[in-house]
Design a protein around this ligand. Sequence first.
Ligand code: PAF
Length: 284
Amino acid sequence: MKIVNTVKEMQKIVDTHKKNGDRIVCVPTMGYFHEGHLSLMRIARDYGDIVITTLFVNPTQFGPNEDYQRYPRNFQRDVELASSVNIDYLFSPSVEEMYPDNYHTKITVSKFTDKLEGVKRPGHFDGVATIVAKLFNATKPEVAIFGQKDYQQVLVVKQLVKDLLYDINIVVAPIVREPDGLAMSSRNVYLSQEERNIAPEIFRALNLGIEAVQKGEKRRKIINSIVIEHLRKFPQFFVDYVSAVNAEDFSEPNEFHSGDKIVILVAVFLGKTRLIDNMITTVP
Ligand code: PAF
C-alpha cells in the first residue's frame, strides 16, 4: 500500500492506471478505522482493480461547536489497518492541500438536505458535497463505496453525482455492528463505560420500530413514537431526532403504503457524543 499526500501525485497515479485499463474504486473516509471502514475496503475489491482509500478529516463539514478538533485520529494505526486489507493507495492529504488559500467554491445539494442532519447540522452537507467532489476529482474513480450508516449522506452524494454528471457508480455497504448491536463509529471511542453499556439501546429501539412496521403499523407518527418511547426509558439519551421516512425520496407521509421502502433514522446525544443509526425495511 502506497501513501499519497498530494492531489497532483494522486491524479498522476490514477491516470497511469487508467491508461492500463484499470478500474478505480474509491473509499472516502475520515480515518480512525474500525471494522466498518475495513468492510468498505474489502467490498471495494469486488468492484475494480485499484482500491484507493481517502483519509481526510474534513473541517468544512463540522459546525463551529462540533468535534473537529477532538475527532479521533491515529495515522499510524490507520496505515496498519488499511494495509491489512490490501488496499492499493491511502490518499491522505493535509487541510492545506485540499483547501489551499482557504476556498472560494462550495457545493450545495438542495435535495435531501432540508431535513434531519441537514437541519441539525447547518452547513454539514455543503462540506460533505464539496469534499466528496474534490476527492472524486483527485482519485477519478469509476466506483465509490459509502456506508449505509450515513444514510442521508448517501442520498446527497448520489444526487451530487447525478447533477454534476460524475460517471461514478455509488455502492452502499451495510452497517457493521458490534456484537451487541451498536453501529460501529469512530465516535464510539468518546463513550464512557456507562454510556457504552446503554448505547445498544439505539439498535433495540430501531428494531422495535421495524417490528411494528412488520406487524402492520403504517402510521409514521406511531412508528416514530415507538422508537422514541424506548429511548426515553434511558434518561442518559437526549433524542435529537427519530424519523421514519420513505427511503427513496425522503418524504414523510402520514401513512406509508404496502411495498414502500422505509428507513427509520435516529440521532441521539449520549453525554457529549452524538450517535446516528438507521434501519431499512419494506412495508408488508
Ligand atoms: O462519511 C464520512 O466519513 C465523510 O462524511 C466523508 C464521506 C469521507 C466526507 O468527508
